[in-house]
Write a protein that binds this ligand. Structure first.
Ligand SMILES: Cc1cc2nc3c(=O)[nH]c(=O)nc-3n(C[C@H](O)[C@H](O)[C@H](O)COP(=O)(O)OP(=O)(O)OC[C@H]3O[C@@H](n4cnc5c(N)ncnc54)[C@H](O)[C@@H]3O)c2cc1C
Ligand code: FES
Length: 270
């Protein structure tokens, strides 16, 4: 059977997160499971295919969720999909987050915009064994209050005793009473042993760049910063070379990389 032949998954629910972001709940036709941080190639028959990281709890084997921001041709078509539509899916691909290596550590999770999608899956994976981690600080930034994803879950995210959740928007409106400023403004006075702590960053390239530089400035070790890298992809399998980052293929060797391993590559933030 061709490695490019997709399996099928049916949309069972659609959640409108923001004016440009929707979460699709899928029931896979065949059995499907993924590790948090791995990605799938989702296809609309006859139209196109694009990579997305499931945003749901990896422990849920009956359904999975994908949160999609509308940015271009393929994502616009996904946004037109209806409950009951059947889409193609290949994968999961890539390495995912090394959750076991986070055991007994203090974690800082930094997300921007739709970058909270892969991180939501990570948050579920961590919360499933929350006592394994000393402390978790989650910092999330969105462009405006209406661009915040998973608003209905934020109170849940704050519940564990060893979790601190910080939220900011770049631009406030008259309903907003919280922090205003880009996500790096949340990275002050962190209640963490910075030298030993692990940082996990996911968001648009510009946000990843400045968040990573800020973590280094604060004293995080480059070996302890994990980045979810994105590049245009095609095969998803390490065959076509579209996703090359220096000596790595993001699809095969990533998408989660340790900053120290990729910091010297000139196109890291492209
Ligand atoms: C491993 C991986 C996981 C991803 N997970 C998610 C996710 O969970 N949710 C989500 O909304 N998006 C995710 N993306 C990004 C998503 O794949 C792209 O937004 C999508 O491919 C754009 O397709 P399009 O045809 O709609 O846009 P296009 O018409 O191809 O492009 C429109 C604009 O989007 C930019 N763009 C295209 N591809 C990417 C890309 N891969 N990353 C960033 N910008 C891009 C283009 O440069 C252009 O400016 C992920 C990408 C990768 C590589
Ligand atoms: S997408 Fe083809 S090699 Fe990575």
């Amino acid at each position: 059977m061709s490695i490019y032949l997709p399996n099928k998954a049916t949309i069972t629910n659609i959640i409108e997160e923001t004016p440009t972001i929707k979460t699709f709940v899928f029931k896979p036709v065949d059995s499907f499971s993924f590790k948090t941080g791995q990605f799938i190639e989702l296809s609309y028959p006859g139209i196109g295919e694009a990579p997305f990281t499931p945003s749901s709890d990896p422990n849920n084997k009956k359904a999975f969720e994908v949160t999609i921001m509308k940015v271009g041709k393929v994502t616009e078509l996904f946004h037109k999909a209806k409950i009951g539509d059947c889409l193609g899916m290949r994968g999961p691909y890539g390495n995912g987050y090394p959750v076991d290596s986070f055991k007994n550590k203090e974690l800082l999770i930094v997300g921007g915009g739709v970058g909270l999608a892969p991180l939501r899956s990570l948050i579920y994976a961590l919360y499933n064994r929350i006592n394994d981690f000393k402390k978790i600080v989650i910092c999330y930034g969105a462009r405006s209050p209406q661009d915040i994803v998973y608003k209905y879950l934020l109170e849940e995210f704050k519940k564990p005793k060893n979790v601190e959740f910080r939220l900011t928007v770049d631009r406030a409106d008259n309903t907003w009473k919280g922090n205003v400023g880009i996500v790096t403004t949340l990275l002050e006075k962190l209640p963490l042993d910075i030298k030993q702590a692990t940082g996990i960053v996911c968001g648009p390239p510009i946000m990843m760049k400045f968040a990573s530089l800020k973590l280094l400035e604060l004293g995080f070790s480059p070996k302890n910063i994990h980045l979810s890298m994105e590049k245009n992809m095609s095969c998803g399998l390490g065959k076509c070379g579209h996703c090359r980052l220096g000596k790595y293929y993001i699809c095969k060797d990533g998408p989660v990389f340790i900053f120290d391993d990729i910091k010297d590559m000139w196109d890291i933030w492209d």
